[in-house]
Design a protein around this ligand. Sequence first.
Ligand code: ADP
Ligand code: MG
Length: 698
Amino acid sequence: METVKEMFGSNVFDDRVMKANLPAKVYASLKKTIDEGTELDSSVANAVAEAMKEWAIAKGATHFTHWFQPLTGVTAEKHDSFISPSPDGGVIMEFSGKELIKGEPDASSFPSGGIRATFEARGYTAWDPTSYAFVKGKTLCIPTAFCSYGGEALDKKTPLLRSMAALNKQALRILKLFGNSDVKCVRTSVGPEQEYFLITKEMYDKRPDIRFTGRTLFGCKPPKGQEMDDHYFGVIKPKVAEFMEDLNEELWKLGILAKTEHNEVAPAQHELAPIYTTTNIATDHNQLMMEMMQKIASKHGLVCLLHEKPFAGVNGSGKHNNWSMATDTGINLLSPGDTPHENVQFLTFLCAVIKAVDEYQDLLRISVATAGNDHRLGANEAPPAVVSIFLGDELTAILEAIETDTPYSGTVRTKMKLGVDVLPQFNRDTTDRNRTSPFAFTGNKFEFRMLGSSNSISCANIMLNSAVAEVLKGFADELEVADDFTAALHGIIRKTIKDHKHILFNGNGYDASWIGEATEKRGLLNYRTTPDCMPHLLDKKNADMLKGLGVFTQTELDSRVDIMLENYCKTVIIEANTMVDMAGTAITPAVAEYTHKLADSIIAKKAACGSVACAYESSAMKTLSELTDAIAVSTASLEAKIADVKAIDDVIEQSYAIRDELIPAMDALRALVDSAETKTAKAYWPYPSYADMLFSVK
Ligand code: ADP
Ligand code: MG
């Protein structure tokens, strides 16, 4: 058997393979592009393509694909074989530099939000040499960006790379002011912790709601849920352990640093966290990880649910985006250092993040907004929809001391003068205790916890990188022309703390009183739903920032609002349609049948014994008859609402109608059906119950 060391990255065209298989000059040129973000020298493409092809064929590949991330949220691939006819009637295996660099998939069936009319079907994919190619199955996959023919981004990778470039540029300006002339590049790194549910394929097949929408649309709570807290970090069941083992191997072969796995809070819920890496690679890897989870689960007779909220009343699944910035020389810019110099630099970057998160709260909220995630945020299982920052008491006290120029009363009782004193050592262990904060400092990185489990991490990181880049730009503009650097920096840091401390909150984010305090006293934003927040992407402040940094064009922004809202509307309408179908074709008939059975039973009992009371049957029959009628009325009303909503042309108006009319109608129908479920004999209920599903995997 292969060892993990041998297995790791064996399906990746990584640095080791490139070094071994590319001519030295070609390798050096490509490496420069990867390490320093310099433009690719197109003359090396042919040599790289040839080496890639030979390597992939040796791995059993017959096809290649430009692997990309359209705005559907999942990945896309169109396979072409390497074969090319040879004059002797046979074939040769070919793959040119041109084919490596650029592909022209028919783009007309991917969402574009009006950027590209369907008659202009051409789009193109462009190789991202900073993310390694890999072999998956029999296909060489080349990570690519996906653009319209006019160059507008139609994917999630292009703006992410642009945001990384923007942050790199601005962070380098700051580092230069601190005298770090050896740093060539600053990259953001991400380690996304991924949550998911596993249920058996057998259960899945019996639930049309999960099959069509990824979540249950009906279902009363199980008698045992997560109350006992006995699942979190509990012993992993044999079937799940087998799945995890297989998954790890597949991920390792793809060079994904799968590291930590454990059971999560809810029954059937688990988590997998990789070791962090550069953001665009972490994003590619997270997409691959989600794909592999689903693929491997099906090999084990299981289904992996990545929906944010598959089961009402049971914790949903999120994704924690651990984020930091690091130099190519290995310095984590969010790690407090040991020297005064390092500390001031750390404080500068820390303050930049605080200001960025405060000024662009709305963009962070928008970056995680989907119909599915709306069920989680603020539901006392995930952070609220209000963005705030947790720093921990010690670091907060240090910032306060700096702001007010008073002695820090922690371990070091001296006044803190920036640039002179060493930051008092604070206990890093105390920074990671608060699990309720949407944006928490955890010692040397921030953990953005609002993402839903099925979200691509791309959007969150685009916004985060851009917002921080914008703030660093402001700092650099001011500092570059300052006569006294230290004084100017001190001024900036104090002002930042003063202006933005209202977003610092170390308390319990699940506490009901927090929302009142956050919105009324502190003036923080609280966008509860996707329709509430999404249009704000186009607010002047946001659009100016994103355009100014070159992350998005106006057309791209317009199209994204359209696409995200369209996606929201379609998702909920499909859910509503599924409910109508389930209620009409299976649930109402089942309840009616059971009611009939009860009536028969009363007749039979009375015939046999005369004056028996039949109290149970009578009362159940009455309740269920009433519920059946109510369900029928409610289903009809939902159907009418669907028609109303569908008739609305404007997507923003449509999303509001869905939020205000359709979702309440869905909730009303669900409440009736769930109530009927608790009173109907299990043998008559057409679907597996929550308990059946949540405890299905042994
Ligand atoms: P937990 O949050 O469960 O306590 P850790 O804090 O150890 O676990 O790590 C969570 C994730 O954060 C892991 O994916 C880890 O690789 C990642 N991480 C650690 N350091 C950094 C960093 N500097 N930048 C980005 N992610 C990081
Ligand atoms: Mg964590």
